[in-house]
Design a protein around this ligand. Sequence first.
Ligand SMILES: *[C@@H]1O[C@H](CO)[C@@H](O)[C@H](O)[C@H]1NC(C)=O
Ligand SMILES: *[C@@H]1O[C@H](CO)[C@@H](O)[C@H](O)[C@H]1NC(C)=O
Ligand SMILES: *[C@@H]1O[C@H](CO)[C@@H](O)[C@H](O)[C@H]1NC(C)=O
Ligand SMILES: *[C@@H]1O[C@H](CO)[C@@H](O)[C@H](O)[C@H]1NC(C)=O
Length: 362
Amino acid sequence: MSSSSMDLLFTLLLLASSVALAKSSPSVPAIFTFGDSIFDAGNNHFNKNCTAQADFPPYGSSFFHRPTGRFTNGRTVADFIAQFLGLPLQKPYMELQIQISNGTLERLPSNGVNFASAGSGLLLDTNKVMGVTPIQIQLQQFQTLVEQNQIEKSIIKESLFLFESGSNDIFNYFLPFDTPTLSPDEYVNAMLTQVNSTIDQIYKLGARRIALFSLGPVGCVPARALLPNAPTDKCFGKMNVMAKTFNRRLEDIVNIIPIKYPGAIAVFGAVYGITHRFQTFPARYGFSDVSNACCGDGTLGGLMQCGKEGYKICNNSNEFLFWDFYHPTERTYHLMSKALWNGNKNQIRPFNLMALATNITL
Ligand SMILES: *[C@@H]1O[C@H](CO)[C@@H](O)[C@H](O)[C@H]1NC(C)=O
Ligand SMILES: *[C@@H]1O[C@H](CO)[C@@H](O)[C@H](O)[C@H]1NC(C)=O
Ligand SMILES: *[C@@H]1O[C@H](CO)[C@@H](O)[C@H](O)[C@H]1NC(C)=O
Ligand SMILES: *[C@@H]1O[C@H](CO)[C@@H](O)[C@H](O)[C@H]1NC(C)=O
């Protein structure tokens, strides 16, 4: 069969299944989230060994009105997606573990678990010295819960799996103090090997609705001002090229998922493109500043973490793309989440999260 008739067949199958299910109500009971700070709901905060923290003011000030360990002024992308699905926000795995072991909680909540750890990457060594939880350990945590029957198999099958990791690996590739031994291509390959094994494992544990998000333009984060070789008047091109290479190949992996893993459905969230549009047409999205951190200090607000002694803060965070040296504001996350939830094929493909969550039969 030619590839275009394969496409047609696939489209017809999808249409048939969405028609068959058009009448049914949303069927996603839970969300399981893996990745880094784009998703972390406070795992690092509950991990005493971890030095990558955002559990002090003014983090959380715009929505929770207190720090929660999230690396932004309010909700993350994972939080918004939960809200769009009508689910309560997923609690951090580390918090649940503490509550179960000290007797405050009897069993896991039914709406899912957030395993993401800010600063973590696909590679085991990424920010290891900070005590972050790499993706492999996040998976082990999930695996243990499944093996102990703390999560029902039937729930896992219907649940939404959110996955985003790799920005920290790529940023660290450009750190000045140790020269990388791998070429950019080899490094991206090593990252993608970990993506493959992650998908393999979550599929074996029962995951069927899988959303993988691309990296954003990592080379545009205000923290690039910390790197001696990065420009500060424009984004760091080499870093963005590497992120784009990773993203392209990630999308190839996503496209193969339904073929390689029978019964699984996967979407590719084009976070890079979504963010790039905010940067190209700021006014259209209500941004007055898409370069500087709202909260921080020094060049681009990128030389100091928000909340550390001597930091400065803007008074219109809703007009800023970046909240702190690495992370978007809640407003940026909100716009991004909306695009992923009900956006078009430029934003998420082959269909959006709303379709993945409500219209697809497994
Ligand atoms: C923290 O480190 C100690 C000592 O290495 C270890 O025993 C403990 O399990 C770690 N805790 C977490 C939450 O990783
Ligand atoms: C159990 O742990 C949670 C989370 O750290 C804490 O809020 C709560 O006070 C603890 N309860 C007891 C009885 O120690
Ligand atoms: C990941 O898996 C895909 C699909 O099976 C394969 O084509 C690709 O070579 C793998 N990539 C790496 C880096 O292992
Ligand atoms: C905050 O707003 C006031 C009034 O609009 C303005 O004069 C001031 O420069 C702003 N401060 C910052 C840090 O942007």
